[in-house]
Design a protein around this ligand. Structure first.
Ligand SMILES: *Cc1c(COP(=O)(O)O)cnc(C)c1O
Length: 427
């Protein structure tokens, strides 16, 4: 498609967009009395209008039924999480029994590492990406320490090549082969939070297994953003937060995936709690742990229903729409954003650079822009003019046009604001 930098062209794309109507399903903050252009759905998704009813329902049930709500609410709390299995499994490409919801992301990765990071004297290394999200770095360090290893020895980072912004798949594969028999676990962010790079999860998972390691993925920026086939790719485990592309609200519950080949493995250690215990016998208060077969068997505590309610609203919305439509619009709108950035760059003779891969298979909703000249003051200008984006040190703004609520007209308009901003800041 040949793009044009005009409002008429953008409006034509909006008119053809099957997801356009979903914008009305979200609540947008306002700046200067105008609804914002929201590019930070990769950090905290907007609130869907339908969410409040899900939360209100739990509040009402609690008020009217109190403890009886566990069993007699319309959506009983004791198995509330089971409502996620079907729709959520479709979001990540899993069997319903392979997904569950519980806790929060870093907590879940720690718990999954109890099962899947089983270092021995000779096989104890973890491969991760260079400059992983800080929480993941702290997690790796504390995990290897808790097993008595040293960071420098046990954590192997895959580096970017000099002058390159992204990690090459061939370098990941080479590192896996190099670490070989010492490799216990590969755990990488499926979509890099900083650059938006999408990793080839299928190929990397197969390579990790060939080396004899477990392979897990942090899907914080992948869930609801890219299409995955976790089951078919033979991924061992994964976890994601629900408040980024999945719009569940600040700090809300995380999703987990555990491959079904591990469900019956009684030797796999795990930290247990009563909510992972045999469902029919849970309230018999027996002393011996008998895990539920499936990802639910990794649950520990009874679930925070008020945190699950907004997530359920969101998961049902994703089920209604389907990942295919999301991916289709995502690729078009991201390409349009890329085009607009390049046009504005030409018009104002600026010096910014898109560091996200240009190939559509290696990127998703996010474009990260490295500002060589304009810097922080341009970011401030955008925020004051109703473009909500985020700033990452040393000089990067991340722009995530979210297929569910960003319009093509938003992208055009963003270009105009950006242009004014660059001209003004330069003065
Ligand atoms: C957002 C994000 C997190 C956040 O972790 P929480 O435990 O939910 O606070 C972790 N890892 C990655 C890669 C992220 O992008």
């Amino acid at each position: 498609m040949t793009f044009e930098n005009t409002i008429e062209f953008a409006q034509r794309l909006d008119a053809q967009d099957k997801l356009n109507k979903y914008q009305d399903e979200f609540i947008f903050p306002k700046v200067n009395d105008k609804k914002v252009i929201y590019f930070t759905g990769n950090s905290l998704g907007l609130q869907p209008k339908r969410t409040k009813a899900y939360v209100d329902e739990v509040m009402e049930d609690w008020a009217n039924l109190a403890v009886e709500g566990h069993f007699y609410a319309e959506k009983p709390w004791w198995d509330y999480h089971e409502r996620f299995a079907n729709p959520l499994s479709k979001v990540v490409g899993a069997l319903p029994s392979e997904v569950t919801v519980m806790n929060t992301l870093t907590v879940n990765l720690h718990l999954l590492m109890v099962s899947f990071y089983r270092p021995t004297k000779t096989r104890y290394k973890i491969i991760c990406e260079e400059k992983a999200f800080p929480s993941d770095q702290y997690m790796f360090q504390s995990q290897v320490h808790s097993h008595g290893y040293k960071t420098e020895d046990a954590i192997v980072e895959i580096k970017r090549r000099d002058g390159e912004h992204n990690i090459r798949t061939e370098d990941v594969l080479a590192k896996i082969e190099e670490v070989g028999d010492e490799l216990a676990l590969v755990l990488i962010g499926g979509v890099n939070y900083y650059t938006g790079q999408v990793f080839d999860m299928k190929t990397i998972t197969a390579a990790g297994h060939k080396a004899g390691a477990y392979v897990g993925w942090d899907l914080a920026h992948a869930a609801g953003n890219i299409k995955m086939e976790l089951h078919d790719w033979n991924v061992d485990f994964a976890a994601w937060c629900s408040y980024k592309y999945m719009n569940s609200g600040p700090g809300n519950a995380s999703g987990c995936f555990v491959h079904d080949k591990h469900h019956q493995d009684a030797d796999l250690p795990r930290f247990a709690g009563w909510w992972g215990h045999n469902k029919e016998r849970r309230f018999k208060m027996e002393p011996t742990f008998d895990p539920v077969h499936g990802a639910d068997g990794w649950q520990i505590s009874n679930l925070p229903i008020l945190s699950l309610a907004p997530y359920l609203a969101s998961v049902e919305m994703f089920d209604e729409i389907g990942m295919d439509s999301i991916v289709e619009k995502r690729d078009l709108i991201t390409s349009y954003l890329e085009f607009i950035l390049q046009e504005i760059d030409k018009e104002v003779d600026s010096t910014f650079e898109i560091i996200t891969p240009s190939s559509p298979v290696e990127r998703a909703s996010q474009l990260s822009v490295l500002l060589h000249g304009e810097g922080r003051s341009l970011f401030d200008f955008l925020m004051e003019n109703g473009v909500i984006t985020d700033w990452r040190e040393p000089n990067v703004i991340r722009l995530a046009p979210v297929p569910l609520y960003t319009s093509f007209a938003d992208i055009y308009e963003f270009g105009q604001i950006l242009k004014r901003g660059i001209l003004q800041v330069e003065k």
